[in-house]
Design a protein around this ligand. Structure first.
Ligand code: PMP
Length: 461
């Protein structure tokens, strides 16, 4: 389809505005590039030529031309829980990972404040060289206990944890096999490692087995990486099948629990609890402190030798500052509360199931969500997802659209994150409004267009 036939469904006015915007974004890029490139074939020193920048501008221009506002970087006035205030207006909120409502819990905030009183707001340097604080070890021991692991290491960022640990543990002679929907932080770590990287079809241990069988003998070490709970679709793997696969091929198994801790299993202990697997069967438990644990940071729990090795060699630990004391204290207190109040997890799961089942009953596509905390509403196109998100915002509901290129165009969606703090009434009402706006939007031809066809981009995605 050409661009011209692609925009056939637009009103003449919207079409004209869209073309104007696109032309000006192309023109301004062209002028700048031409100036900077003059006389030096192949050399580029302009930011506009950065990969993906032009595509991003075209998508933004298309959004503006279609009258869809920018849903990103909205400023929240205070704690974002089941409700949030944006521009002094209260919204029902489905865009936060505050899964069990511990961010803003007075006990968590008090623990952070006490740590500031005692240690200040920073430890200013790497723990290796300038010493650690008691709160670091307390947190690491509490996290290790959660997985019945020998030890644990906590780092300042969840994303950086995957990058530095995978990048450091695995090398060019090795192979990394990961789920095709794995988080960006794992991909970045794999790139850094220089290892051979193979993606297997989502949640398919048999396909992973076939791939690993074919290449294992050519590599020294093998790392198999999955997530405990996938953040795009809200589905979960068969952990036992991956454990068996890892043992059979002498691979290390890394499970990223970012969205599983506090969410899966009766007590929120994650995918091992959900699947009834002994957590010691997993070699590296990776997690973040930023979601259920109401803080910021990442961790790896596992064997003593692994943790000891990382503490002396992972660049993101050795050459980076230790976690700020209030963050460590907040996560530690949140973990204590998670253990003490498992009813939070029960409520979260009940809320997510209620949302998913009501949405399904209303004819919406909820994908493969297990109904634990994350429920996608697949709209089938970015324009439709953007419009629906905006329409919901207009009716007091804050939910983010996930658009191309974050997902392939036909899988564009709204992503609802439930929390234990939502009430049944809030959920029922949100699904009613969602179904109502979805049918209204579906009746407009413009909204059925494919963004990628419209802009002539990303044909292969
Ligand atoms: N792993 C997964 C699966 C994630 O979804 C995220 C972030 N959403 C991270 C790692 C990185 O964690 P953080 O945002 O705490 O750095």
């Amino acid at each position: 389809m050409t661009n011209d036939s692609g925009i056939f469904g637009l009103t003449a006015q919207a079409k004209a505005r869209l073309l104007e915007k696109l032309a000006s974004s192309r023109l301004s890029r062209g002028a700048s590039s031409d100036a900077r490139k003059a006389g030096s074939a192949g050399i580029e020193d302009d930011f506009e030529s950065l990969s993906g920048y032009r595509e991003m501008r075209m998508i933004r221009a298309a959004g503006e031309a279609l009258g869809i506002g920018n849903p990103y970087f909205r400023v929240h006035d205070a704690i974002a829980g089941a409700e949030t205030s944006i521009g002094n207006q209260t919204y029902l909120n489905f865009s936060s990972y505050n899964y069990v409502g511990l961010n803003g819990d007075p006990r968590v905030s008090a623990a952070a404040k006490a740590a500031i009183e005692r240690y200040g707001t920073s430890v200013s340097a790497s723990r290796l060289v300038s010493g650690e604080r008691g709160i670091h070890r307390e947190l690491e021991q509490a996290l290790a206990e959660l997985y019945n692991a020998e030890d644990c290491i906590a780092l300042v960022s969840g994303h950086a944890t995957n990058v530095t640990v995978i990048g450091n543990l695995i090398g060019p002679q090795d192979v990394i096999l990961h789920d095709t929907l794995i988080h960006n932080s794992v991909l970045q770590g794999a790139l850094l490692s220089g290892a051979t990287r193979v993606a297997f079809p989502h949640n398919d241990p048999e396909a992973a087995e076939r791939l690993l069988s074919g290449i294992r003998s050519r590599h020294r070490r093998a790392l198999l990486v999955i997530e405990g709970h996938y953040s795009m679709d809200g589905d979960a793997p068969d952990l036992q099948a991956f454990v068996t696969l890892a043992r059979r091929h002498r691979a290390w198994l890394l499970v990223d629990e970012a969205h599983a801790l506090g969410v899966l299993g009766a007590h929120g202990f994650g995918i091992a609890e959900r699947c009834g697997v002994d957590p010691r069967e997993v070699d590296l438990w990776m997690g973040t402190l930023s979601k259920t644990l109401a803080s910021c940071g990442g961790y790896i729990a596992g064997r003593r030798a692994l943790v000891e090795y990382l503490k002396f060699s992972a660049p993101g630990f050795v050459y980076s500052v230790g976690m700020p004391p209030p963050n460590a204290a907040a996560a530690l207190e949140a973990l204590r509360l998670l253990r003490q109040e498992p009813e939070r997890v029960t409520k979260l799961n009940a809320n997510a199931k209620l949302f998913r089942d009501r949405a399904k009953a209303a004819g919406l596509d909820t994908g493969p969500s297990v109904g634990a905390a994350i429920v996608p509403i697949i709209t089938g196109g970015s324009i439709r997802a953007g419009r629906l998100s905006e329409a919901l915002f207009g009716r007091g509901i804050n939910v983010q659209p996930i658009l191309y290129p974050a997902v392939p165009e036909p899988l564009a969606r709204l992503r609802f994150f439930l929390s234990s703090q939502h009430t049944e009434e809030q959920i029922v009402s949100a699904v009613e409004i969602l179904a109502d706006e979805n049918s209204r939007i579906g009746s407009e031809e413009t909204n059925m267009l494919s963004l990628t066809k419209l802009l002539g981009i990303g044909a292969k995605r």
